[in-house]
Design a protein around this ligand. Structure first.
Ligand code: 13P
Length: 215
């Protein structure tokens, strides 16, 4: 049996999956979520409709890539695992295919500082990682690199990754990134958007300090 904290995390993953679809930032089972627990990772199983998930169907993923559970881990387990290893500050990862973020990612564009809220991802842009086939080491490498010093990135021709020290923060950030992508898409209809200077984003990052969700 699972400890009460592990069970809570398994349940929180299922609730966050349902919430992703309710929020409209994901379609079907195209997203996946992971949460760190002790020295292993809890991750959604591959291609399983979220409404069928039970705490037992969440897969235990070890840092060496081996898994435990009745179902196979998400096909994207590699980047979840590699981000958790590269980033001790990260306890939760949300991956989804939100429409506007994916449109921007299809165009291979970073989200530039069109709005001060770009700062919530940790810098003056949200990078777009170069395309690589889903589930590959190459995609994982590209994602870890695009996330350097950041809490979110786009994946070319694919979707987004948002990370956080808690699952609620990573989910909140996914919605913020999708909103920024929507705004960026809108500005592109009107021309070349004016951008905020890096110094202003730095000021916003300092001012934000503890801005955002607390847990
Ligand atoms: P899984 O169903 O295997 O988690 O994968 C969906 C996906 O997003 C692939 O990028």
């Amino acid at each position: 049996m699972f400890s009460s904290t592990e069970l809570e995390k398994r349940q929180a993953i299922i609730s966050a999956c349902m919430e992703m679809n309710r929020l409209g930032i994901n379609q079907g089972t195209s997203g996946n979520i992971s949460v760190r627990h002790d020295d292993f990772i809890l991750i959604t199983p591959t291609s399983t409709p979220y409404e069928r998930l039970t705490p037992e169907s969440i897969v235990r993923l070890e840092l060496d890539g081996s898994t435990k559970g009745p179902l196979q881990a998400s096909s994207e387990w590699r980047f979840h695992r590699d981000i958790m290893i590269a980033r001790p500050d990260v306890n939760a990862i949300v991956h989804a295919h939100p429409i506007y973020s994916t449109i921007i990612a299809i165009m291979g564009l970073d989200i530039p500082p069109i709005h001060y809220m770009v700062a919530v991802a940790g810098g003056d842009d949200i990078r777009c990682a170069p395309y690589a086939t889903f589930g590959t080491e190459e995609l994982s490498r590209n994602a870890v690199e695009a996330l350097e010093g950041r809490k979110a990135c786009l994946l070319a021709h694919h979707g987004i990754i948002a990370v956080g020290d808690s699952l609620s923060k990573a989910l909140w950030l996914s919605v913020e990134v999708e909103t920024l992508a929507h705004q960026f898409h809108g500005t592109l209809q009107l021309g070349k958007p004016p951008l905020l200077p890096k110094e202003e984003i730095d000021r916003v990052i300092t001012k934000m300090g503890t801005y955002g969700l607390k847990e």
